[in-house]
Design a protein around this ligand. Structure first.
Ligand code: COA
Length: 333
């Protein structure tokens, strides 16, 4: 059987830097609160005249292709993780395909698993490669959360956390070990603890197509922060151990853990629980906030560019988010 290797990584974030100070002009919050509770100093927000989910993904993809020494024409399939597509439908996978000029030749699917989306997408791509169906699969995570945030004091526990961005990985068929295993979980009992309700298809006409939406929170991100935190720390730990056990490996074998950048306190909790050294964990949430499905590929791309991932290293990815969903992947680089 084939295995799949990541042979190129890339990322793109919007130009506009949103500092904690800037947010404190919009809502009742302050730099100290945000840094202490989340570890975030700044995040990027899109300029709607410039950025879309698909064009940010295209920029990340071009960087990944360059690093992989491939061209657009080499891509056999697109797996696009986003919960913030440019349109309600179709998904942003086909828009990326259009941006890349690959009209009609290849397929594209969207994965809607929030912060776990990139690992789910990686897993889907890995299966396509292992069965021999495709050779080069583009796996992308890209999100625009900023325009769905409630940027008033009412939404402050959520608005300070999220940011926009895109990351991409090129997965290629190989006869050497690469993605060792992926572990996917979900529990829909908690769907409403972190969600955007509208425009939900099961809603009556007037609610799905309101005359004006200014007074309703149902189009904005709603999060029960303490529930999310409580479950995240348990599931992250479980799903990392599940991956290690499956491959008969120990936590000491991990060269680099790249956790989904949910919140620095969550990453630090996991690091402590697994007794990992600082050099075994990569965090960049300080600069970008939580970019949902884009956070792992952006972090991977930066870690790789900084020389933190070397050949034969054991890389562990882990995520938790809306759904709830959680997932992990072990990769031999
Ligand atoms: N600025 C200042 N004060 C804020 C605030 C903000 N941005 N957001 C909330 N507060 C206030 C609350 O109103 C509350 O005030 P009160 O005690 O007077 O009612 C107080 O701070 C504590 O609120 P609480 O929600 O209990 O804080 P917390 O310690 O749970 O921290 C989160 C909130 C969101 C930072 C925390 O729950 C968290 O990190 N959860 C996980 C979120 C996450 O990772 N999401 C992504 C999942 S992929």
């Amino acid at each position: 059987m084939y295995s799949s290797k990541i042979i190129g990584l890339g990322h793109h974030v919007p130009e506009t830097v949103i500092t904690n100070q800037y947010l404190s002009n919009l809502m009742d919050t302050n730099n100290e609160w945000i840094v202490e509770r989340t570890g975030i100093n700044e995040r990027r927000w899109i300029d709607p005249k410039v950025d879309t989910v698909a064009n940010m993904a295209a920029k990340a993809t071009r960087m990944a292709l360059k690093n992989a020494k491939l061209t657009e024409q080499d891509i056999d399939f697109i797996v696009f993780a986003t919960i913030t597509p440019d349109y309600f439908f179709p998904g942003s996978g086909v828009l990326l395909q259009r941006e890349l000029g690959l009209d009609g030749r290849i397929g594209a699917i969207d994965i809607r698993n929030a912060c776990s989306g990139f690992i789910y997408a990686l897993s889907v791509a890995d299966q396509f490669i292992k069965t021999g169906m495709y050779k080069n699969v583009l796996v992308v995570g890209a999100e625009i959360q900023s325009t769905a945030l409630d940027i008033t004091t009412r939404g402050r526990n959520t608005a300070v956390i999220f940011g926009d961005g895109a990351g991409a990985a090129i997965l290629q068929r190989s006869d050497k070990p690469g993605v060792l295993s992926t572990h996917l979980h979900s529990d829909g009992h908690f769907a409403e603890e972190l969600y955007v309700k509208d425009p939900g298809s099961s809603r009556p006409h007037a609610e799905r197509q309101p005359e004006q939406i200014l007074d309703t929170t149902s189009f904005k991100v709603v999060m029960n922060g303490s529930q999310v935190f409580k479950h995240a720390v348990v599931r992250f730990n479980e799903v990392i151990n599940e991956a290690l056990e499956k491959n008969n490996l120990k936590k000491e074998d991990i060269n680099l853990l790249i956790p989904h950048q949910a919140n620095l306190r969550i990453s630090q909790f996991i690091q402590q629980k697994l007794a990992l050294r600082d050099d075994q964990v990569f965090n960049n949430i300080m600069r970008y906030g939580n970019t949902t499905a884009a956070s792992i590929p952006i972090a991977m791309s930066e870690a790789w560019a900084e020389g933190r991932i070397k050949e034969n290293d054991l890389l562990c990815l882990a995520a938790f988010g809306s759904g709830f969903t959680w997932a992990s992947a072990l990769i031999r680089w």
